[in-house]
Design a protein around this ligand. Structure first.
Ligand code: PLP
Length: 403
């Protein structure tokens, strides 16, 4: 049974069974509702069999559930067709696929790729690796004091050699929501292909790939209440059809000869080997679950919790918040004068609060902010106002317990 959104924690066994423990590390991964756990259990107990290959009832049912999950996930981001939704193991895998194939397809020595200074390592390191192979040059949109992209500076980065622009939709450190639609339009006016890292946006706001206009978009199932080990890469059809395959193996081929092969149609061309069938089905259940509340209600609820979190942090003079973007999501990185973020987080764990501490997989941004290690609270609609108050009270009292 679904609960009102204010009590949605009751949909999650780990949350309803541990009401004295507050989980505020939702940017790292989210908890799993009953309906997702049930979908996994049902798959393994009712129809476990490999997809596509089996001409018997379990195999047919397994394929049906796997493809139904693709349809739901594609519709969730308003993809034009389910064929444009490739299942991967997550955002990192999606970006590695995109970077490797785009660079092979588009990049010649001396071509340029634009990234931003606020990228997660997952949307930086794959480009570094591929740029080195292909002889491409990486350029970066700077981040301003307020934690926003300097769009004036972007105008100075374009060149006739710019081929690709890859950026995050929502920063996993600053919470900044970047104007992806506007940046994509600017890139397209110069013939530049755009990839969006939507790991932090898809779980928390309505993401519409047709409205954004981006060419490729990556996200992870485990950050949107689905299982780990599943995610997706969306792409425009003509682009996905033009790109070479990433991994070779079963199911991605149409015909194989000893000396060459011919590729399967989309999306199978990019799904070599046995896929994460249970994971995809679990992700489909997570999409149904999110739709049952509606992304608008989720966004509004999280905005209220975020406002309370930011106001609470601002009321504590010894704490510094990183990121003051006007358009932001429910992620707040902060530090306490004179305290190490690990000590602070350990203290908070003792007070029944789970927060992240460290570099949040964004070393270059940490260096830029002069804060390589910070604490990070990240909210979900299943958090409550009382939980935010509990965090602020614990932070207020931290001085009595740690240096
Ligand atoms: N991009 C962003 C903005 C993230 O926050 C994360 C994870 O924290 C990733 C990419 C990587 O996601 P995954 O580890 O699920 O591949």
């Amino acid at each position: 049974m679904k609960h009102p959104i204010e009590q949605s924690y009751m949909d999650f066994p780990i949350l309803r069974d541990n009401r004295d423990y507050t989980y505020l590390d939702n940017a790292a991964t989210t908890q799993k509702p009953d309906v997702v756990l049930k979908a996994l259990q049902d798959y393994y107990t009712q129809c476990n069999a490999n997809v596509y290959r089996a001409i018997y009832r379990w195999g047919e049912e397994s394929t049906r559930r796997y493809e139904a999950a693709r349809e739901k996930t594609a519709a969730f981001i308003n993809a034009e067709s389910p064929d444009q939704l490739i299942f991967t193991s997550g955002t990192t895998d999606s970006i590695n696929l995109a970077a490797a194939t785009l660079c092979r397809h588009l990049i010649k020595e001396g071509d340029e790729i634009i990234l931003t200074e606020m990228e997660h390592h997952s949307n930086l390191v794959p480009w570094q690796i591929q740029a080195e192979y292909a002889g491409a040059v990486l350029k970066f949109i700077p981040v301003s004091e307020s934690g926003e992209l300097d769009l004036a500076a972007l105008e100075g980065l374009w060149s006739p050699r710019t081929r690709i622009l890859a950026l995050t939709h929502m920063s996993n450190v600053l919470g900044t929501i970047n104007p992806v639609k506007e940046i994509t339009a600017r890139a397209h006016s110069r013939g530049v292909t755009v990839l969006v890292d939507a790991a932090q946006s898809v779980p928390h706001m309505k993401v519409d790939v047709q409205d954004l206009g981006c060419d490729l978009l990556a996200f992870s199932g485990h950050k949107m209440y689905g299982p780990t080990g599943i995610g997706a890469l969306y792409g425009k059809k003509e682009l996905l059809e033009a790109l070479p395959p990433f991994r070779g193996g079963g199911e991605m081929i149409r015909t194989v000869y000893l000396d060459h092969s011919e590729w399967n149609t989309l999306p199978h061309k990019f799904e070599a080997g046995t896929p994460n069938i249970a994971g995809a089905i679990g992700l489909g259940a997570a999409v149904d679950y999110l739709n049952s509340y509606g992304m608008k209600a989720i966004e509004q609820r999280e905005a209220r919790l975020t406002e309370k979190l930011i106001a609470g942090l601002d009321s504590l003079p010894e704490y510094k918040l990183f990121g003051r973007a006007e358009n932001r999501g429910g992620i707040a990185a902060f530090s306490r004068e004179g305290s190490h973020s690990h000590d602070l987080t350990e203290y908070l764990d003792g007070r029944g609060l789970a927060l992240r501490a460290g570099h949040h997989c964004a070393h270059p941004l940490g260096r830029k902010l002069n804060a390589l290690s910070t604490c990070r609270a990240s909210v979900s609609f299943y958090n409550t106002e009382e939980e935010i108050e509990k965090l602020i009270t614990a932070l207020l009292q931290a001085g009595e317990h740690i240096l």
